[in-house]
Design a protein around this ligand. Sequence first.
Ligand code: BG6
Length: 479
Amino acid sequence: MYHKELTDFPKDFLWGSASAAYQVEGAYQQDGKGKSVWDDFVKLPGKTFKGSNGEVAVDHYHRYKEDVALMAEQGLKTYRFSIAWSRILPEGRGEINQKGLDFYSNLIDELLRYGIEPMVTIYHWDLPQNLQDLYGGWESREIIKDFTDYAKILFDNFSDRMKYWVSINEQNVFIMHGYMLASHPPAVNDPKRMYAANHIVNLANASVTKLFKEGNYQGMIGPSFAYAPAYALDCLPENVIATENVNDSFAYFWMDIYRYGRYPKVAFRALEKAGIAPIIEEGDMALLAHSTPDFMGVNYYQSMTVAANPLDGVSMSGEANYSGEKGKTKEQGMPGMYKMVANPHLETTNWDWTIDPTGLRVCLRRISSRYDLPIIITENGLGDFDTLEENNEVHDENRIAYLNNHCLAVQEAISDGVEVLGYCTWSFTDLLSWLNGYQKRYGFVYIDRNEVEEKELTRYKKASFYWYQNVINSNGQTL
Ligand code: BG6
């Protein structure tokens, strides 16, 4: 559909930006914080780009006031950040660390002082190490109670001051990397364990959502799902079936659970046939069915293109481009089911991610049609090499083009009739990319550090900072 005129963004549209605790805070052992599973994982040889870690990150823990002042200068309406579970509960359960609570309480107050709406992610991958040691983390049902108790502490302490909660960030990503590709902690490569752990994450997510709703806390709660909508390479029917396989097992497998509390039949049947389906206990499906989120959060970076894959075809090697040398990504897939192929119509980033603004419109449309929920885009952005030039300027024109086109795609989706509440870029400042170090930058604010040297961590506003400032000030009229 082509629109003659686009509908305006709603007056109260949440123009935002996002981050995650491990990627920005640093201070990894300060003020009583316990260890998370990432603290040791990053020390394993070869796991991260040049052995980079978040021990100092961009020192947001100490510089949050400076960062929030920059957000206010830019005009952000919302800032999405995550809370480190092990700052609040160093052991993951039991005694509360008051200094951890104070840090986030102060951050929330600082945001509110400037009229910026805090949006809190309860879990963005940094599981307390103690829970991993004690019972295997997400592989034990014990975590459902611990996660719910942790979330209750946050709701009880902060929900009178804020409205938007993201329960879990990209469950599909940390589960697949953690239990199938072995590229995130706990570095397991076992699909059966992956689906078992994933089912437990579903239950924990449902339990927290239910608590929030039954506890009559103000505001809204929803998950952030990493959605890369799948296109068929062409109209060859076998390629279309392969694409159905991908949509079922990469997208609906999670979002159907969030919204309806059920697994898509075809995907579940495939797991049963392979002997890797999760064990469903009495009461599980009832809990899942009674914990509908208030919105669907979506993290969108790229679409994927799919073709049929013969029984002796390519498999999931887990190899990926973490260095920024374009063209390093190899074809991967599931023999007999699907394979991901290059899209001949789209450009890619230096890390081989397709650049596809229309894919964002597709994903907003699909979510709206299938789930009938309001949507918050909780992440969208371009990872790129940025250079600090003369006069400390950064001319990130590629990022401006990427974001501008994606914002226009959001406006098109709104014009189509999709209810979009907000849009958060990834990220506000540059930050640590889990596996790609500090050279893959996403921020509006350049941070002067690299994998080897922390330097002074000075903040410099990039060209995109001013571009977004204008977009926000005009409520999207300058796009
Ligand atoms: C999302 C995560 O997967 O994408 C973020 O929620 C992450 O934490 C972002 O940083 C970008 O990914 P990457 O691998 O380029 O850092």
